[in-house]
Every structure is written in C-alpha cells, then in structure tokens.
Design a protein around this ligand. Structure first.
Ligand SMILES: Nc1ncnc2c1ncn2[C@@H]1O[C@H](COP(=O)(O)OP(=O)(O)OP(=O)(O)O)[C@@H](O)[C@H]1O
Length: 264
C-alpha cells in the first residue's frame, strides 16, 4: 500500500524560478492496485513517482509504504520496497556490463552485497529461468553486453530486474514510450503479468490515453500538481479515450493543439 498525505514538492523555493510541481496530493493506493497516471506536460507525474522513489525531496506532507513512513528515507533505503523502470531503455541498466551482471546488481538491490556472492550457481539458475520466461531467447545470451540489446529487449529485462528482489511497489515512468508499437504491447503484457503474479502496488505514467484505460485498475489525472480525476471500477470501464481527452481540454481550459500525443 502507498499512502500519500498532503504531498507538496516545490523546486527552487524562494527564487524567481520557484515551481510548485505537486500541491497537496492525497492518494491512497491499496496493495496490488495498478494505477495509471496521466496529465499534460509539466503536470507533476514524474515528480510524483520520484517523490515516492525518494529521488525528489518533498517540501510538505508524508509518504507511507505499507505502514512505514518513508518520507525521510533515502532512495537507497527505499530500494528494498520500491522498484522503478524509466522511459529510457538505457537508464535502468549498465550497457558495459553483461546481462547476467546487470541481473546480479538488480538482485542485490536493497541489500548490502557485492557482485561476487550475487553470482553464485544458484543465482545463475534463477536468472536463466526468469529470463527464459520472456520467450526472447535472451537466456542464451546472459554473457552478452547489455548495450548489444534492442530497446525492447532492455525494457523487458528492466522489468525482470525490477522484480528480482522482493519489493512492494513498482513505478513505471512511460516505460514503453520509446518502443515500437509491437514491442510496447509485449512489454505492457509482461508488465501486467509480473504485477499480477507478484501482487505489486503499481503506478504507471503514460501519455497514451488508450494505455491509461486498458492497463491497470485505476486512473488518476494530474494537472498543475493536483489530482483532477481519480476513477476506478465501473466508472473507469465506462470511459473512452475521447472522454479523457475532453477532460484534458476542460482542465486546461483550451483546445489541445495535438491530440495525437494523447490517443496514440
Ligand atoms: N529538478 C527540477 N528542478 C526544477 N524544476 C523541476 C524539476 N523537475 C521538474 N521540474 C518542474 O516541475 C514541474 C513538473 O514536472 P514533471 O516532470 O513532474 O512533469 P510531468 O507531468 O512528468 O511532465 P512530462 O509529461 O512533460 O514528463 C514542471 O514545471 C517541471 O519543469
């Protein structure tokens, strides 16, 4: 469970560049719930995920994961609870390390442990098994350098890496945006399967209205640092992408210049 209470994040406070990226966010996400997060550019989506991950210090309010108040915990301390996958396939792994070494680092997330013990024979077997689940043949390439792989292969591995160590929360920041449509669909299916199997509490930022409604169990829309829509259940299943675009227009108080961004 994630409980966010009165969360505020202000960048460059007290300067002419002051930006209130999040303003009084109250949000409870139950265990196993899968929330898609939408909103126009600069709405605060990435800041919200960064605040939960511990990468962005909060100005006001608190964040609880399970019953633990993690507001003042460092990113490293939260690593045993929170996994994150970024938009850039290069961001979540080391290109000049092998697939296996990257998996070993991921397995050690949240533990004080080096690469040595992480690469035991038993672990190698687990890595082989988990990578085989992808059906991409990468289990036969565990010694290949990560930077030899395509974006889609890297994002698929990033999801395996994010779920190697037990965690409660997974944060997905437009993790399919840089992929071609076929690979994006593959990675989304994999995401849903892993989230369901591991009962992860999930937040997924997307610019695709289609994805926002098709994937997950609940959708929130941010605008200027506030939650302006929060739908689940029948209300959500009754929504169309056109409804969401209409809501965007309403909160922005203007016509969107380019709807294609939202309904890809
Ligand atoms: N490190 C930072 N320093 C200063 N301002 C920042 C920083 N990070 C984000 N901001 C500002 O905070 C606001 C929210 O940014 P954020 O990246 O969370 O939006 P977003 O909804 O993820 O947007 P996008 O869809 O464009 O990625 C924006 O005005 C942005 O310029």
């Amino acid at each position: 469970m994630i409980r966010i209470e009165n969360l505020g994040v202000t960048f460059s406070r007290g300067t002419p560049l002051e930006t209130k990226a999040l303003r009084g966010i109250d949000l409870t996400i139950n265990s196993g719930e899968f929330v898609t997060v939408i909103g126009s550019n600069g709405a605060g989506k990435s800041t919200l995920l960064s605040a939960v991950a511990g990468d962005t210090p909060v100005t006001d309010g608190r964040i609880l994961i399970g019953e633990r108040d993690v507001t003042k915990w460092s990113t490293a301390r939260r690593a045993g609870l929170v996994a994150r996958v970024f938009q850039d396939p290069l961001a979540g792994s080391c290109g000049n390390l092998s697939i296996e070494e990257n998996l070993a680092l991921a397995a050690a997330r949240g533990h004080r442990r080096g690469l040595g013990p992480a690469l035991s024979a038993a672990r190698r077997e687990i890595f082989h098994e988990r990578v085989s689940e992808l059906g991409l043949g990468l289990e036969n390439r565990l010694n290949d350098l990560m930077n030899l792989l395509s974006g889609g292969q890297r994002q698929s591995l990033a999801l395996i890496m994010a779920t190697l160590s037990p965690s409660e929360v997974i944060l997905l920041d437009e993790h399919t945006a840089a992929l071609d449509p076929g690979m994006a669909e593959f990675v989304l299916d994999l995401t849903e399967r892993l989230v369901a199997e591991r009962k992860l509490t999930t937040m997924m930022v997307t610019h695709s209205m289609r994805q926002a409604l098709d994937v997950g169990t609940r959708t929130i829309m941010l605008h200027e640092g506030r939650i302006v829509l929060d739908v689940a259940g029948d209300m959500r299943s009754g929504l169309t992408t056109d409804d969401l675009v209409a809501m965007f227009r309403k909160v922005r108080g203007q016509e969107l210049e380019d709807d294609s961004l939202l309904i890809e």
